[in-house]
Design a protein around this ligand. Structure first.
Ligand SMILES: *[C@@H]1O[C@H](CO)[C@@H](O)[C@H](O)[C@H]1NC(C)=O
Ligand SMILES: *[C@@H]1O[C@H](CO)[C@@H](O)[C@H](O)[C@H]1NC(C)=O
Ligand SMILES: *[C@@H]1O[C@H](CO)[C@@H](O)[C@H](O)[C@H]1NC(C)=O
Length: 513
């Protein structure tokens, strides 16, 4: 019976279009970057118009990489969530595609929340959380949408596939789905007795899910809600990524409003249990120490690399671009590795070298020297020859009356690296003890900065709002070698795609009706 339903539905999914293509029409007719460009990144994914937050599925399908993200197309602030979509062939050049999920069904009418994407039987399949508010209560269910072409998605006829949380709870969201041998696994973040919990479901076929076990729970210091789980094996170790709400700041740790971090252990597929995993603030490490980083997602490439992307944003922060009708961006894509002692490393993917158009600087600088960045979107490679003195690099802008700064500082005495973007709660700091030299790999894109230290032991991702052109100044006690590249635009609309959608999808839809 179920097989029959599935077959009928799959046949239908491949031939019929959803009966409401108004969002596609909107996308096709959108004015090309008709909104203000101030603060707009060139090579980070930001929404065409409207609000963006967490990545919601990162997957390779029919020779293309797909990124989905939480998206509210109607204003530059949070609102009922859709799934936005961008596609790339090389992980560098991204094209905006029409939104894939629209919150308009009974089980998702107040939001299609984040989840994950897989490829199954040749279909690109999305798992997401439907959000419904009624009588002042939140009801969250797990749902599926599917596509044969990776452009137009249809919601599963028998959604929701998980109607109720295992406990009497309100938050129950962000399905991360993967396959091992003949079983599908789904982990979800939730809450039990005011504490974050991670639950596991299993399925033989992606449609019928059974609650299996509670994998992990917070014993107090790990916050009141967990969300956006991600799980993978890399360099022989299992890594669980979580976003946690309610962890208290602890000197230099956990200084953002919410935290995204990881724990390392092993997973036993025979018993479906984590082994050697203690989760507490002693073992939970922040993935990125910057001011704006949340909801990380990963995928594995054909050549075996584990790639990660996250929201370069944070709840409760100000988004200065909001008034211009858009808000926020995703991070650049990073490659994840693990050291033998369980420290996660994040480096910019090597493909990003394709963004370089011109070498603007390449020289040794002594403390006190400075130069103009000359462009809003650039990359810096910064080296020292030793680690025995402090190294300081300052990005500054503004007038002589009011200079604003973003300061990167290595302290040889404390064995630490910090960034200071000014204002209250502006400093972020992490232990860092390079052995031979300082190496900072820095990406600036109009209103964002990502600083990768050494082999990626420490990363800081933050929004900055330079009101004038940036000057780069060397301070501290050490000479620094700086190479600066100008970077090009790599995210945008493809006019041919819009023409294709107009003639193939909208024309067909109009004929059918
Ligand atoms: C809904 O919840 C809010 C916040 O908990 C509360 O202030 C408000 O009175 C509630 N409204 C109703 C109709 O129960
Ligand atoms: C959970 O999964 C394991 C195998 O991974 C299985 O042995 C066990 O019976 C399952 N438990 C439930 C309650 O389904
Ligand atoms: C800077 O450091 C990186 C990483 O250690 C190295 O690959 C590069 O060759 C160094 N460049 C210079 C100019 O020293």
């Amino acid at each position: 019976m179920e097989v029959l339903i599935l077959l009928v539905w799959l046949t239908m999914a491949s031939t019929e279009l959803p009966n409401d293509l108004s969002h596609l029409e909107e996308f096709v007719d959108q004015k090309r970057f008709g909104i203000r460009k101030k603060y707009r990144p060139l090579y980070h994914i930001s929404s065409p118009v409207g609000w963006l937050n967490n990545p919601s599925g990162f997957v390779f399908f029919k020779q293309q990489y797909h990124i989905f993200y939480q998206y509210h197309p109607y204003k530059g602030a949070w609102g009922s969530l859709h799934w936005g979509h961008a596609i790339s062939e090389n992980l560098v050049d991204w094209v905006h595609y029409p939104p894939t999920l629209i919150p308009k069904d009974m089980y998702d009418k107040h939001g299609c929340l984040s989840g994950s994407a897989i490829v199954h039987n040749g279909y690109l399949t999305l798992f997401y959380t439907g959000n419904v508010l009624s009588n002042n209560r939140t009801h969250q269910t797990q749902n599926i949408a599917i596509s044969s072409d990776g452009i137009i998605f249809q919601k599963y006829l028998y959604n929701p596939v998980i109607r109720k949380a295992p406990f009497k709870i309100t938050g129950f969201r962000n399905p991360k789905v993967w396959k091992f041998r003949n079983t599908w696994y789904m982990i979800l973040g939730t809450v039990y007795e005011q504490r974050g919990v991670l639950v596991l479901y299993t399925s033989p076929d992606i449609f019928n899910w059974k609650f299996n076990t509670t994998l992990l729970r917070s014993y107090g210091d790990m916050g009141y809600m967990w969300e956006n789980p991600d799980f993978f094996e890399v360099d022989g170790q299992y890594v669980l990524i979580l976003s946690a709400q309610g962890i208290q700041p602890d000197v230099h740790r956990f200084k953002n409003f919410y935290q995204t971090g990881y724990v390392v252990g092993s997973f036993n597929y025979g018993t479906s249990q984590f082994e050697d995993v203690e989760i507490s603030t002693a073992t939970f490490n922040e993935l990125d120490y910057g001011h704006d980083f949340y909801g990380a997602q990963t995928m594995q490439t054909l050549d075996g690399r584990r790639l990660l992307i996250a929201w370069l944003g944070m709840w409760e922060n100000d988004f200065e671009e909001s008034k211009a009708g858009w808000a926020s961006m995703l991070t650049i894509v990073r490659e994840v590795r693990m050291t033998f002692n369980g420290r996660l490393l994040m480096r910019p993917i090597s493909e990003l070298a394709e963004l370089r158009t011109e070498v603007l600087e390449s020289a040794w600088y002594t403390p006190g020297e400075a130069f103009q960045a000359g462009t809003k979107s650039f990359e810096l490679l910064v080296n020292s020859t030793s680690v025995s003195h402090d190294a300081v690099l300052i990005l500054e802008w503004g007038s002589s009356v009011r200079v604003q700064r973003y300061i990167i500082r290595y302290s040889s005495e404390f064995g630490s690296v910090s960034v200071d973007r000014g204002g209250t709660n502006g400093i972020r700091r992490a232990d860092w003890a390079p052995v031979h030299q300082i190496f900072w790999h820095i990406f600036v894109d109009s209103s964002s900065i990502e600083v990768f230290c050494g082999d990626g032991e420490v990363v800081f991702s933050s929004r900055i709002y330079p009101k004038r052109s940036i000057r780069i100044r060397i301070a501290g006690e050490m000479e620094l070698h700086i190479t600066q590249y100008k970077l090009r635009r790599s995210v945008g609309y493809d006019e041919k795609l819009r023409e294709y959608l107009r003639s193939n999808y909208l024309a067909k839809y109009n004929n059918d009706n």
